[in-house]
Design a protein around this ligand. Structure first.
Ligand SMILES: NC(=O)C1=CN([C@@H]2O[C@H](COP(=O)(O)OP(=O)(O)OC[C@H]3O[C@@H](n4cnc5c(N)ncnc54)[C@H](OP(=O)(O)O)[C@@H]3O)[C@@H](O)[C@H]2O)C=CC1
Ligand SMILES: Nc1nc(=O)c2c([nH]1)NC[C@@H]1CN(c3ccc(C(=O)N[C@@H](CCC(=O)O)C(=O)O)cc3)C=[N+]21
Length: 292
């Protein structure tokens, strides 16, 4: 069984970013990323902090905006308009999900598609579906694809099952893996909460991507011997015996599934660090494509 280490693959991505950042510096350009967080969800805060740190480590310009829970949609849209107009900012990320009084799709629509490093804007969703590589692909599925490539896992002709159909993970993951060319050309099945005989469907997978947000949902009986398993899930579960009072587990019951696998990603230390690395890569790409 091969363990695919997220931080190791992320380091390769970040090394490429560093080369690009050095080249951009020669042209007087420095990639800039703005991350906007509305409210004070602890998991979101942790993510925003680690992104900010990674930016600084790489020498990117980083702006972290932490707005009060009570921020109105109008105020948030004004903040985004300011970032759209700011030539030092090439990427904008608004942490999802926003508080309930804010319409997420209105927020996504307000971001200049050229700065939409999350790849959530309809222009970028369409570009992914059209296989137009000038757009931005959501960081998490992009990171999963990169992990498969790094681990030498052939996707061409493989039976892939993507468990989950969200716009952030499942749907773009399916589009990437069914796309033509390197890291694609797979036969993709997308399963979700209405799927019948789920275990039978997932047992057909040569490559199983789990992105449902249910702790340790995927058990050994759902996985074929020799399959590759990518665990996207990040679930906080209570663990009173630990100093933090919680631990992170994936959507896969790692201990029982791992022994059956050809390769598997752990949680933590799997897909999470890749998401951040791809965010850096998308920001560098946005800077390269910008005229400022
Ligand atoms: N590693 C990383 O960087 C990231 C990790 N995540 C994690 O990935 C997981 C998924 O996130 P996200 O896609 O945003 O989640 P969503 O809640 O938006 O989507 C979950 C999907 O899983 C499906 N689903 C839920 N329960 C079941 C079930 N019992 N059987 C089959 N399908 C089910 C849902 O089906 P239906 O559509 O029918 O409701 C839905 O399509 C979460 O744990 C999240 O924390 C998310 C983003 C980044
Ligand atoms: N607009 C937007 N874009 C996102 O990309 C986005 C979002 N909203 N909302 C929330 C999810 C979740 N997400 C994670 C990224 C990295 C880790 C990560 O690095 N996790 C570490 C563990 C970190 C820890 O120990 O707490 C790991 O898995 O090893 C986790 C989760 C991005 N998301």
């Amino acid at each position: 069984m091969q363990l695919i280490h997220g931080p190791e693959v992320a380091a390769a991505v970040l090394a490429e970013c560093e080369k690009d950042i050095a080249e951009l510096a020669l042209m007087g350009k420095k990639p800039g990323l703005a991350v906007v967080l509305v409210g004070d969800d602890p998991a979101s805060r942790a993510y925003v902090r680690s992104k900010d740190k990674k930016c600084r480590d790489l020498g990117l310009h980083s702006v972290k905006l932490e707005l009060a829970e009570s921020t109105t949609q109008e105020e948030l849209l004004q903040v985004i308009a300011g970032l759209n107009a700011d030539p030092a900012i090439h990427g904008i990320l608004v942490q999802s999900p926003p508080p309930k009084h804010i319409d997420e799709s209105a927020v996504v629509m307000a971001i200049d598609p050229r700065k939409d490093v999350d790849g959530f804007h309809p222009v970028n969703v369409a570009k992914l579906a059209l296989e137009d590589r000038s757009g931005f692909v959501p960081c998490t599925p992009l990171g999963c694809q990169r992990m498969l490539l790094h681990a030498g896992i052939e996707t061409s002709g493989a039976n892939v099952v993507v468990l989950g159909r969200s716009m952030i993970v499942g749907k773009p993951m399916a589009l990437l893996l069914m796309g033509k060319g390197r890291g694609g050309d797979a036969t993709v099945t997308v399963a979700h909460s209405r799927t019948k005989n789920l275990a039978e469907v997932t047992r057909g997978a040569d490559i199983l991507v789990a992105a449902i947000g249910r702790p340790e949902f995927v058990t050994a009986d759902m996985v074929k011997e020799g399959a590759v398993v990518i665990d996207v899930g990040i679930n906080r579960v209570e663990a009173p015996e630990l100093p933090k009072g919680y631990k992170l587990v994936g959507d896969v019951a790692f201990d029982e599934v791992a022994p059956k696998c050809r390769a598997i990603t752990p949680v933590p230390g799997g897909v999470g660090p890749m998401t951040i690395a791809m965010l850096m890569a998308n920001t560098v790409k946005a800077c390269k494509l910008s005229d400022k």
